[in-house]
Write a protein that binds this ligand. Structure first.
Ligand SMILES: C[S@@+](CC[C@H](N)C(=O)[O-])C[C@H]1O[C@@H](n2cnc3c(N)ncnc32)[C@H](O)[C@@H]1O
Length: 328
């Protein structure tokens, strides 16, 4: 009886872990551009040759690809991609593959450190420069969903100036600047490398200025009609968050908007992904847990802001956009 249970559980663990294979396979394909290589029927040896890859390992990757339906046989020993819609697009093309990259290179290795961190009561250190590029790119995947909620506020109050704090690659301000050509958009970003990329991507937009700056040293000479801070709160020490929202309220013109995108977590009824996110952030001595709904309400009230609402961006990830209005 015991042995039957043992087998049952072992099989259950394996079964439950099967989805990992799909993500792993897609990640390797994305990272090495292999889905592009197999867009047309190709022999494994030729791809290994052309890409300078280990032939045996590529062969294994192809076998798994066929068994999970990412690849199919295409006659004369050749293979090609199958179910292309399920596969990530090529790198750099605003591809969803960057999310796989972040999960596989950052989230999963971090979570695997849990036993060691718990035993030794230590934390990892988040290497800002190493991951800033990937993280800025994955955050951009949310743009399409969050953008309409920002645009709505800009239109409502006819905002003439907008500040984006921790603007990453400048994805939000770029899209908004095209939609609102008479509004001036300023972005600040702490990472030099990411700032360079944001500047390059927005160089043709006359109504965008991106600066390499730390929000803690930033001192705007004039208030902005709208101040945004998207996916930055987990970089801010818990003790400093209330004071930061107070400070940001001072950067907003009377009647203006403060708009914050962040996942919200902390309750067991929050979606599992949001709570795992929290475990991930908590693994680093320089990243901090996500805010709760109550905190977001409390900080706004303490800063004299009127809460406009906390709206869903992605339910499964527990992602929300919180917006406040500064009284006239
Ligand atoms: C997760 S990314 C989000 C990028 C963008 N706001 C978005 O939502 O797509 C967070 C960005 O905030 C930047 N950042 C973190 N701390 C900052 C600070 N103190 N001052 C300015 N930027 C900061 C990071 O370098 C990173 O590019």
């Amino acid at each position: 009886m015991i042995d039957v249970m043992k087998m049952f559980k072992a099989r259950m663990y394996m079964k439950r872990n099967e989805p990992f294979l799909y993500s792993w396979h897609a990640y390797v394909g994305y990272e090495l551009d292999l889905f592009k290589a197999f867009e047309r029927p190709m022999a494994k040896e030729d791809v290994a040759d052309a890409f300078g890859l280990d032939e045996k390992l590529l062969e294994q990757w192809v076998v798994i690809g066929v068994s999970i339906g990412h690849l199919k046989e295409a006659g004369r020993g050749r293979y090609k991609i199958a179910n292309a819609w399920k596969l990530p697009k090529t790198k750099g093309d605003n591809s969803s593959g960057v999310l796989l990259k972040e999960m596989m290179e950052l989230h999963i290795p971090t979570l695997l450190h849990y036993p060691e961190m718990m035993r030794n009561r230590n934390r990892l250190h988040y290497d800002e420069e190493k991951h800033a590029g990937t993280v800025a790119e994955t955050s951009r995947l949310l743009e399409v969903l969050a953008m309409p909620k920002m645009a709505k506020r800009i239109r409502e109050i006819n905002a003439k100036t907008v500040l984006d704090i921790g603007c990453g690659e400048g994805g939000y301000i770029k899209k908004l600047a095209r939609r609102f050509p008479d509004t001036q958009f300023n972005g600040i970003e702490i990472s030099e490398e990411v700032t360079r990329k944001a500047k390059r991507l927005t160089e043709e937009d006359d109504n965008i200025i991106v600066e390499n700056a730390n929000l803690w040293d930033y001192n705007p000479s004039e208030p902005f009609d709208m101040v945004m801070m998207n996916n930055v709160l987990h970089y801010i020490d818990l003790e400093k968050r209330k004071a930061l929202i107070f400070e940001l309220a001072g950067w907003v013109s009377p009647g203006g908007i403060l708009s914050i995108v962040t996942p919200i977590a902390g309750n067991s009824e929050d979606p599992p992904f949001a709570n795992v996110f929290n475990s991930f952030f908590s693994s680093f001595d320089n990243l901090y847990r996500l805010p709760t709904r109550e905190e977001l309400k409390g900080w706004g009230a303490a800063a004299g802001l009127e809460m406009l609402g906390i709206h869903t961006v992605i339910k499964e990830g527990g992602w929300y956009i919180t917006q406040y209005r500064k009284p006239e």
